[in-house]
Design a binder for this molecule. Structure first.
Ligand SMILES: NC(=O)c1ccc[n+]([C@@H]2O[C@H](COP(=O)([O-])OP(=O)(O)OC[C@H]3O[C@@H](n4cnc5c(N)ncnc54)[C@H](OP(=O)(O)O)[C@@H]3O)[C@@H](O)[C@H]2O)c1
Length: 287
C-alpha cells in the first residue's frame, strides 16, 4: 500500500491523480487532516484516513499496513521539524519500508531561510534507518504567477530576487515526479534536485506578463526589507511576507536555480514552460 500525506493540499491532490494512473485506488491511502475535505478523493476510490502531524496517535493509525509513504512537507512553517519527525517515528513503528519526502532544492546549501526545517527533516530521515528518497523541489512557477492579478492592477511586478535566475516548474511537474518515485522501485537514499528545464529573472517574468497581456508591466526591483514591507502593507501576515522576501533574496543568490535536468528525466517529458503557467494564470484572472 502507498500512502500520501497532505493529500487535500494542492500538490497532494495532483499526486493522487498521477498515482491513480499507475496503481489501483484500493492500494492508495490519502492521509488528510480533515476527512470532510476529502470527499472527492474518497469518490475516486482511494482509502481516506485521518492523520494530523500534531497528533502522533492519528499518524500511527493512518500508517497501518502502509509500505511506501510520500511525506508532503507541512505548510505550517516553524512547526515542521517536529511535525515531520512525528510522521517519521510513526512510519518506523509501523514498519513502513520507504519514505519519499518533499524537501527544498539544494536544501543542504540553500541560502533560503525555508531550508532549515527541511535540513532538519532530511537529518531525521537519515537517522531513522528507514529507506528514503529526498525530492528536493524547486519553486512552483505558480508562486510568482499568483502575483499576476496585482501586476495587472498596478502595471508593475515587484520582487527582491534582483538578477537571480529561477528554474521553477509547475506544481504538476513536481507531482508527477513524486508519483514516479513513490510507485517505482527507485534506488534508496537517493537525492533528486528537481527544477524546471528553463529559467528566468523576475525582469523577464514581468516582460512576459506584459507581452502576453498586452499591458505595460514595469519591473520594480526592491531590496528584501522594502519588499517585505510592501507585502505587509498589501495585507500579508508578517511571517509570510518576511518568508517570501527572504526566499527572493535567496533566489538573488542562485538559491532557486538548477540545471541538472533531473525533473524532466524523472517524469519522462519536458517540464511545463513557465510561459505556459503565466498564460494559464492570465486566463484564470480574466475568468
Ligand atoms: N516548492 C514550492 O514552491 C513550495 C511552495 C509552497 C509550499 N511548498 C511546500 O510544499 C508543500 C506542498 O505544497 P502545496 O502547494 O500542496 O501546499 P498546500 O496546498 O498548502 O498543502 C499543504 C498540505 O499540508 C497539510 N497540513 C498542514 N498542516 C497539517 C497538519 N498539522 N497535519 C496534517 N496535514 C497538514 C494541509 O492540510 P489541509 O488540506 O487540511 O490544509 C495540506 O494538505 C507545502 O506544505 C510546503 O511545505 C513548496
Amino acid at each position: 500500500m502507498i500512502a500520501i500525506t497532505g493529500a487535500t493540499g494542492q500538490l497532494g491532490r495532483l499526486v493522487i491523480d498521477c498515482v491513480l494512473t499507475k496503481v489501483p485506488a484500493e492500494k492508495v491511502v490519502a492521509i488528510v487532516r480533515s476527512p470532510a475535505k476529502a470527499q472527492d478523493l474518497a469518490a475516486k476510490g482511494v482509502i481516506v484516513r485521518q492523520g494530523d502531524y500534531n497528533n502522533p496517535a492519528t499518524l500511527e493509525k493512518a500508517l497501518a499496513g502502509v509500505e511506501r509513504l510520500l511525506l508532503i512537507s507541512s505548510s505550517e512553517v516553524g512547526q515542521r521539524a517536529p511535525q515531520h519527525q512525528a510522521v517519521i517515528d510513526a512510519a518506523k513503528r509501523n514498519g513502513v519500508k520507504f519514505v519519499a519526502y518533499t524537501s527544498l532544492l539544494h536544501a543542504d546549501r540553500s541560502p533560503l531561510g525555508l531550508a532549515e526545517e527541511h535540513r532538519q527533516t532530511e537529518a531525521a530521515l537519515a537517522a531513522s534507518g528507514l529507506a528514503y528518497a529526498l525530492l528536493r523541489n524547486g519553486w512552483y512557477t505558480e508562486n510568482y504567477a499568483a502575483s499576476i492579478p496585482s501586476a495587472l492592477k498596478f502595471n508593475a511586478f515587484t520582487g527582491a530576487a534582483a538578477d537571480g535566475r529561477i528554474a521553477s516548474a509547475a506544481r504538476q511537474d513536481y507531482a508527477a515526479a513524486a508519483a514516479a518515485v513513490i510507485t517505482q522501485a527507485e534506488p534508496v537514499n537517493k537525492i533528486y534536485e528537481l527544477a524546471g528545464d528553463s529559467s528566468y529573472t523576475l525582469a523577464e517574468f514581468a516582460a512576459e506578463i506584459a507581452r502576453q497581456s498586452g499591458k505595460p508591466i514595469a519591473w520594480h526591483p526592491l531590496a528584501q526589507q522594502d519588499f517585505a514591507a510592501l507585502l505587509i502593507e498589501a495585507g500579508l501576515p508578517q511571517g509570510l511576507a518576511e518568508m517570501l522576501a527572504d526566499s527572493d533574496a535567496g533566489a538573488a543568490q542562485g538559491g532557486l536555480y538548477d540545471e541538472s535536468g533531473t525533473l524532466s528525466q524523472l517524469i519522462g517529458r519536458a517540464t511545463t514552460p513557465w510561459q505556459e503557467t503565466i498564460a494559464a494564470a492570465l486566463k484564470a484572472s480574466q475568468a
